[in-house]
Write a protein that binds this ligand. Structure first.
Ligand SMILES: [Zn+2]
Length: 534
């Protein structure tokens, strides 16, 4: 007997066996049945809850395949002062934050910009001290080159009238020579260094809090990447395990491991895929090159604006050796590769590893992260390997002017989503949040239009690489499941699979593609439970 029946909907099952579907039933954590309203509602029992979708569109739960969850979740806890329209607004937010915090806890904020205020004056510690009698506070200006600390924070950092300015930094002082609280450039680090790392309880609370926000966006799964090498991995992994033990881990969390710990992972006998329905050990992450904005992505030909081809971040023979060792031990790898030279070399490495060692293959395919620039001939080679392209469509509208500047006409080989799919490369979509907005509908919009939200460039940037709505949804659902080796239990609305579903307020198959970016999630179901919306 079903717990829940959704009917009178347009259900994109993403399962070719179930095309004309208006209703879905769940029992426990799983999908029990799909079909017509009449067929599915005939299963109704005395404890079945029914929801009339009123014709709305339903998708499989969305997954983000490249997310820096720990960083994002902890940063969300900080005060966002970007909308403050005056010093009084900032003070009001500080007063609210102080009331919620135990004494001694740090108040951390960011985003204020006094140039937009009626009185364009920098904040000083005097503006904060009366509101923060028991809490140290630091508030970054929107440009991050300046921050104001209150007196508690200055004291914690041992900053007083005698403290000299550090190299490349300035401590602003008032007429009597006392620090004003304003710190510029590297002087900010004097305070930053004394902010204690979050406690385990604070980490758990921040991570739990993030689930609610992601459910609001329709996300039911995240592939979690490390930003700070290994430093953020242990606290994040511990927090996920605590939440899972408490029955509160409300995302399919795929936990990547940092490449520098490959040997330990092998020695411990960890294999990709170890874990349960909600928390699993994922890929081992390596970097082959840098980024295109910094011109450190490794290109076949020099950049247009500097006489350089970028560089490999790790020598390719070291990467090849690591991939081979990981593969043999049952660990799948995720390799960051942005430049077309890095991707070409990587395809060669994968060709060698995958042809010579077929025995102990990991339970999930290997993946290339970003796969941002790749020549058509290498796309074809990659298509024969089963290696997944983990790409972030939202970077297209965010970055194409930078790509045009840095590689000119070679931009035709940047983000070649259509070419990759045509060659048989499965694509898993993500956002790289907090580098970009985590809203997956913005990612779908970007993949479908290759335009900014204001419509530029008209017709789309290299529009021959645009995808259909169905292909873009696939990247956020089945592609994300496939790259974890979980396509049998996630990624489509198929009886027997885990019941992760999203209801949208607009039908993204029918509306103008530009409107996809404004589409909202009405309801998110995770593990058969309504976790957001009606
Ligand atoms: Zn990233």
């Amino acid at each position: 007997m079903p717990n829940l029946i959704l009917y009178n909907g347009k259900i994109h099952t993403q399962d070719p066996n179930f095309r004309r579907v208006t209703a879905v039933a769940t029992r426990g954590k799983r999908i029990l049945a799909v079909g017509s309203d009449a067929d599915v509602r005939a299963l109704t029992g005395s404890h079945t809850e029914q929801i009339d979708l009123g014709g709305r569109r339903v998708l499989p739960g969305l997954s983000d395949s490249h997310f820096h969850y720990y960083d994002w979740a902890l940063n969300r806890q900080h005060l966002d002062l970007a909308k403050a329209a005056s010093l009084a607004d900032v003070r009001a937010q500080i007063a609210i934050a102080t009331a919620k915090l135990p004494s001694g806890s740090w108040i951390i904020g960011q985003g204020w910009n006094e140039t937009r205020w009626p009185v364009p004056q920098l904040i000083t510690c005097a503006d904060l001290d009366d509101l923060t009698p028991a809490n140290p506070a630091i508030l970054w200006r929107s440009d991050m080159h300046l921050a104001v600390a209150n007196t508690h924070a200055l004291r914690a950092a041992n900053i007083n009238a005698e403290t000299p300015d550090p190299p490349q930094g300035v401590i602003d002082r008032d007429a009597s020579g006392q620090p004003s609280g304003v710190m510029r450039e590297l002087a900010i680090n004097l305070v930053r260094e004394v902010i204690p790392p979050p406690t385990e309880d604070e980490t758990v609370a921040a991570i739990r809090d993030g689930f609610t926000e992601l459910h609001r966006l329709g996300l039911t799964g995240v592939h979690d990447f490390r930003i700070m090498g290994g430093a953020d991995g242990p606290p994040a992994f511990r927090a996920y395990q605590r939440l899972q033990a408490a029955g509160e881990l409300a995302l399919r969390m795929w936990m990547l491991l940092p490449g520098e710990h490959l040997s330990q992972a092998i020695e411990l006998g960890l294999r990709t895929g170890f874990g349960d329905d909600n928390l699993r050990v994922g890929h081992v992450k390596f970097f082959s090159d840098g980024g295109q904005g910094a011109r450190t992505a490794w290109m076949l030909d020099p950049y247009e604006d500097i006489a350089s081809c970028g560089m490999p971040l790790t020598p390719m023979d070291e990467i090849a050796e690591a991939i081979s060792r990981a593969h043999t031990a049952g660990l799948a790898v995720a390799i960051h590769a942005i430049g077309d030279r890095a991707n070409q070399e990587l395809v060669t490495v994968f060709e060698q590893v995958l042809s010579s060692e077929k025995s102990a293959a990991p339970s999930a395919p290997h993946r290339i992260e970003h796969l941002q620039n790749i020549r058509p001939e290498d796309v074809l080679r990659l298509g024969r390997l089963g290696v997944v392209g983990s790409v972030q469509p939202i970077h297209v509208p965010d970055d194409y002017p930078m790509i045009d500047r840095s590689v000119g006409q070679r931009g035709q080989w940047s983000y070649p989503f259509r070419g990759l799919l045509a060659a048989g490369v499965p694509l898993a979509f993500g956002s790289d949040c907090p580098v970009a907005d985590p809203n997956p509908l913005l990612g779908i919009h970007a993949a479908v239009t290759r335009q900014m939200r204001d419509g530029t460039p008209s017709g789309g940037w290299y529009p021959n690489q645009r995808l259909s709505v169905a292909e873009a949804i696939w990247g956020f659902t089945m592609g994300a499941a496939l790259v974890c080796g979980r396509e049998a239990e996630l990624g489509s609305i198929t009886p027997g699979k885990l019941a992760d579903l999203v209801v949208l307020d607009g039908d993204i198959f029918e509306i103008e593609p530009m409107e996809i970016a404004q589409t909202q999630v009405d309801m998110t179901i995770f593990d058969g439970q309504v976790v957001f919306g009606d």
